[in-house]
Design a protein around this ligand. Structure first.
Ligand SMILES: Cc1ncc(C[n+]2csc(CCOP(=O)(O)OP(=O)(O)O)c2C)c(N)n1
Ligand SMILES: [Mg+2]
Length: 380
């Protein structure tokens, strides 16, 4: 086996060969005992002020995007919206650390990461609008469709990353998951394959404390979700998920490590879902107001604004510019969601198989005939 050769492993001392398999030293893989932070530490001064301002601006625009999308659900303009309010630092950092040729594998909660990656904000919401298909071109944007079945995006990311590596392309895939997603079989299979194959993948678990109404304590008995990495033979990192510069650094290190052939990393970002699970959920039924209030004090935008003003890299003008950009985006969303998209029902058949089956051709012909008959009635 050449793929594992760079690791330090030896058989179990005094045991028979074969059955012991390679052994990896677990100590260097363990996460730090407390989450990595930049804000409130001397490390913050070492960041490029331009990056800090960029993170701040994207957080502010992202928050407004979350609020406007939630409002659109109340107006019946968007079918469902799982907001990432409170989790914007993870969303923005995940998008920023990837290069143009890398791939993002988002879940349903990660629309903002998709938008931060450069996908049109309206197109990113097509699926959640219930219109048709994904709305954006995954290949053009190197962004997989928003994934609703929990954790299935994880093995997709591993497969893509492994294939890219076999082709000699320096592509890294970043898969975004929730705390609940770590209980899924797909999560475990993905981590195992990634570590065994040395796939250039980063797994970002946004631990927002809940899987709908299920709190983390009822989800996992692990010391932390980052510890789950160790059993598979990859490093686990724990980071304050509301500290945007810290998330950016930890993810950058993981991406660079993957790109250099060092294999996968599991990052657990501690954060909180300020809004309900979606517009169809009432979070007051399973969590308390003091709990939410405590997290509002640890808000990613609040933390950034205070810290950046303290460093002297953010002033009233930049704060106003970010707010204006956010309002302009919200206005565009309201205007464009006011009209329903024109959809071709025949496009239903377009992406099912490369070569349509006889049954599909038959159904397509039937629909075409029905549409033609309807058009004739409408013309009369
Ligand atoms: C395979 C699968 N099982 C169940 C569901 C239903 N479901 C949707 S969201 C959710 C909770 C997921 O929680 P978490 O992974 O923590 O992500 P979060 O919503 O907090 O971002 C569940 C159980 C699903 N979408 N897919
Ligand atoms: Mg969760």
């Amino acid at each position: 086996m050449t793929v594992l050769d760079h690791r330090h492993h030896a058989g179990v001392p005094g045991w028979l060969p074969g059955a012991t398999a390679p052994r990896t030293d677990p100590a260097p893989l363990l996460p730090d005992p407390s989450p990595v932070r930049a804000i409130g530490t001397p490390a913050l001064e070492k960041y490029d002020p331009a990056l800090l301002r960029e993170l701040y601006r994207r957080l502010v625009v992202g928050r407004r995007y979350n609020q406007q999308a939630t409002t659109l659900t109340k107006q019946g303009r968007l079918a469902v919206y799982p907001a990432s309010t409170g989790q914007e630092a993870c969303q923005v950092a995940a998008a920023l650390v990837l290069g143009e040729h890398d791939w993002l594998f988002p879940s349903y909660r990660d629309t903002l990461a998709v938008v931060s990656r450069g996908v049109d904000p309206l197109e990113a919401l097509t699926l959640l609008r219930g219109s048709a298909h994904t709305g954006y071109d995954p290949r053009a944007s190197r962004t997989a469709p928003l994934c609703t079945p929990l954790a299935t995006q994880a093995p997709h990311a591993v497969g893509l990353a492994h294939a890219a590596r076999l082709r000699g392309e320096p592509v890294v895939a970043l898969a975004m998951l929730g705390d609940g997603g770590t209980s899924e079989g797909d999560f475990h299979e993905a981590l195992n394959f990634a570590a065994v194959l040395d796939a250039p993948v980063v797994f970002l678990v946004q631990n927002n404390g809940y899987a709908i109404s299920v709190p983390l304590r009822a989800q996992s008995a692990a010391p932390s979700l980052a510890h789950k990495a160790v059993g598979y033979g990859m490093p686990g990192r724990l980071v304050d998920g509301n500290d945007a510069p810290a998330v950016h650094s930890v993810l950058t290190e993981a991406v660079e490590r993957a790109r250099a052939g060092g294999g996968p990393t599991l990052v657990e970002a501690l954060t909180y879902r300020i809004d309900a699970h979606t517009n169809a959920d009432d979070a007051t039924r399973y969590r308390t107001e003091p709990e939410v209030a405590a997290w509002r004090e640890h808000d990613p935008i609040l933390l950034m604004e205070r810290a950046l003003r303290g460093l002297g890299v953010l002033d009233d003008r930049l704060v106003r510019e970010a707010a204006d950009e956010a309002e302009a985006l919200a206005a565009r969303m309201r205007a464009e969601f006011h009209t329903d998209p024109e959809l071709d029902p025949m496009s239903l058949f377009a992406h099912v198989y490369a070569e349509p089956t006889p049954q599909l051709r038959e159904q397509a012909a039937q629909l075409a005939a029905e549409l033609a008959a309807e058009a004739e009635v409408a013309d009369r």
